[in-house]
Design a protein around this ligand. Structure first.
Ligand SMILES: *[C@@H]1O[C@H](CO)[C@@H](O)[C@H](O)[C@H]1NC(C)=O
Ligand SMILES: *[C@@H]1O[C@H](CO)[C@@H](O)[C@H](O)[C@H]1NC(C)=O
Ligand SMILES: *[C@@H]1O[C@H](CO)[C@@H](O)[C@H](O)[C@H]1NC(C)=O
Ligand SMILES: *[C@@H]1O[C@H](CO)[C@@H](O)[C@H](O)[C@H]1NC(C)=O
Ligand SMILES: [Zn+2]
Length: 586
């Protein structure tokens, strides 16, 4: 009797206590498969005849189908093989839906722009000034914009923001002025701010200038253009642009700019943007959208460094992958020098067309040596704008010192632009593992005047993309929109042809320094997997592989094989983020 009782209480024979954890463990591991089995949120995307899905996975570059489930790629292969693994005969489950792309079209991973300016693009596209041929024509565009918008016409306080003017193509050699704007009766007396095409100059009205008075006599790394009596004329160059007091931006205005930029990006197949300059206003705006769960595109933000601020790298929050992988802000953006077009790029030797100028640094090199190690230590990626060969060298000096003994794969510092580099610095770039964030469309914009500015020898180190790669360095491609057009097909075309859109170049129809062209594979990788690496997301983005997020683009034609002169005619038929079509249709 007592023995029996003991038997029943012996834990070794208590099957209930044994089964509960086993069932729990099995349920834990089986549950996702049960969900996956019954879920209808699965489809295959296929090309009907042939492998027209470019994966950018070197081990498996092309495929016929990808299978997408709940925002992720879960399988790929030929249509028969995919169908055999995703059988239609599963009880209770509908057949695997197959979406076929139309004949002639192709699929590539979602495209990234590694260097763009989202809200600035939205602001400039409201009043685009590209293509004006004179100061007068530009002012006329501003007038027409005001006349076309009754709410602006009736309210003299509404700020008028536009951009894209390019004084280098105007006949007059002087800078545009506030007086030019005031000469027009419709424009006169309004708050007008017009950004130049390269974003290195602002042309403002008297009212906008007055709101920013008093201006200091001089600005480090910038110029306040003045008349012969010393009065500011209304043009501010480089660092002097920061003197302009902007009017506070409402969320309505920010949302309007944001929508202009995002709609345009998605229509061009862009699923991820590296925003190369967040200020407190844009950072807070994107953060609030991420908190709301309403970011329609991936944003990888670089927060502006401000030398007069206290160090914030140890207190500011690193934002990584919020809103389901849509928002990250873990980079700091530092400006080393100005731009080539405005003569602000810092050169070792003087400008070929201006023997008195070497350009200028926008900060003391010591600042780089002091701050870069701090940011890297505190987990920030450091992205430094450097254009001239001297600026690139100085930044590499600082990176080299900061990276000594460090694991560069964990840090991934970037040179933003890396336009003009000495051969030695290209080698050093590769040796250090620093990423060159480059813009191929700048090359075809600047190729017409670059040699005048740099001379026949030095110009060979400008936009020398092939040399950078051949030296073993990593690249990542972008546009610097709104400085250049937002289209990634322009980037692709410029990288593989080094020709103007019309098929011309200073070196003829074979391209400007054609030996510096990228292959199509390199260019595609430069807009997909390379930017994923440059933003620490290569394990989830950048190629079409099982386990990665299903960001992809359906193109009207196969950019990997069509004649180069047809690349710019490519249309985006559909853009998908996390497996969901957000532009166009399949
Ligand atoms: C005019 O515009 C200013 C600046 O945007 C705004 O604060 C003000 O409310 C507007 N006035 C009217 C009457 O709409
Ligand atoms: C976040 O959502 C709230 C409520 O819908 C809205 O009022 C607010 O404007 C949104 N914020 C942004 C930055 O879009
Ligand atoms: C830089 O920081 C200083 C001090 O916080 C501030 O007054 C200034 O407006 C900032 N400049 C820019 C361009 O944000
Ligand atoms: C360097 O960092 C990367 C990324 O964090 C890591 O995967 C790798 O193991 C590190 N290498 C060494 C040698 O610590
Ligand atoms: Zn930029």
């Amino acid at each position: 009797m007592s023995a029996k009782k003991t038997d029943r209480l012996d834990p070794g024979f208590n099957t209930g206590r044994f089964l509960v954890p086993v069932i729990a463990i099995l349920a834990y591991y089986i549950y996702p498969y049960v969900v996956a089995y019954f879920t209808t949120d699965v489809y295959a995307l296929c090309s009907e005849h042939g492998d027209y899905i470019y994966t950018v996975d070197p081990a498996n570059p092309r495929t016929q189908c990808i299978v997408v489930q709940q925002g992720y790629i879960v399988d790929l292969g030929s249509l028969p093989s995919v169908k055999s693994r995703w059988p239609a005969w599963r009880p209770l489950v509908p057949a695997l839906p197959v979406r076929f792309i139309q004949p002639g079209s192709a699929v590539i991973p979602g495209l990234s722009d590694s260097h763009g300016h989202i809200l600035e693009y939205g602001a400039m596209k409201q009043l685009p000034l590209e293509g004006t041929t004179s100061i007068e024509e530009t002012v006329a565009r501003v007038r027409e914009f005001i006349l076309a918008n009754p709410d602006i016409l009736s309210n003299h306080s509404t700020p008028i923001i536009g951009g894209g003017w390019d004084h280098t193509v105007w006949p007059s050699t002087r800078w545009p002025s506030a007086a030019d704007l005031d000469a027009d009766p419709v424009v006169r007396g309004r708050h007008v701010v017009l950004q130049s095409k390269d974003c290195h100059a602002l042309w403002v009205s008297t009212k906008a200038l007055q709101a920013s008075l008093p201006l200091p006599p001089t600005v480090d790394g910038g110029i306040i253009v003045r008349d012969h009596e010393g009065n500011p004329v209304g043009t501010l160059l480089d660092n002097a642009q920061d003197l302009l007091k902007g009017l506070p931006l409402t969320d309505q205005e920010l949302n309007r700019r944001f929508k202009v930029a995002v709609d345009s990006a998605l229509a061009h197949g862009i699923t991820s943007i590296h925003d190369a300059g967040l200020d407190p206003v844009s950072l807070s705006f994107f953060q609030r959208k991420a908190d709301n769960g309403t970011l329609p595109i991936r944003i990888y933000g670089m927060t502006f460094f401000n030398v007069t601020q206290d160090y914030w790298g140890n207190t500011a929050k690193l934002v990584i992958g919020e809103n389901n992988g849509r928002f990250t802000a873990r980079s700091v953006k530092i400006f080393a020098d100005g731009a080539l077009r405005t003569g602000g790029a810092a050169l070792h030797d003087h400008y070929a067309d201006n023997p008195t100028s070497h350009g200028f640094m926008r900060l003391d090199p010591q600042v780089l040596h002091e701050w870069i190690p701090k940011f890297l230590r505190d987990g920030w990626q450091v992205n430094v704008h450097a254009i001239g060969d001297r600026a690139n060298g100085i930044v590499l000096d600082a990176f080299e010192a900061a990276l000594s003994g460090a694991n560069v794969t964990a840090l991934r510092p970037r040179l933003e632009h890396a336009q003009l580099m000495t051969k030695a610095d290209m080698k050093r770039l590769a040796r250090l593992g620093v990423i060159a964030s480059i813009q191929p469309t700048h090359a075809i914009s600047d190729m017409w005047y670059a040699q005048d500015r740099l001379g026949p020898e030095r110009v060979k180190g400008l936009y020398a993309f092939r040399s950078i790669i051949d030296n073993g360095a990593r690249i990542t491609l972008g546009t610097d929109f709104p400085v250049e057009v937002i289209s990634p097909f322009s980037t692709f075309y410029a990288a593989v042809t080094r020709l103007s859109p019309q098929g011309t170049s200073p070196h003829g129809p074979g391209g400007w320094f054609p030996e510096e062209r990228l292959t199509r594979e390199e260019a595609l990788q430069g807009m997909t997997l390379d930017p994923a690496y440059a933003s620490f997301t290569e394990s989830s983005l950048g190629s079409l592989e099982p386990g990665k997020r299903a960001d992809y683009v359906v193109l009207s034609q196969d950019i990997m094989t069509i004649p180069a002169d047809q690349i710019l005619a490519t249309k985006v038929l559909a853009t998908a983020i996390d497996g969901v079509v957000v532009y166009g249709e399949i």
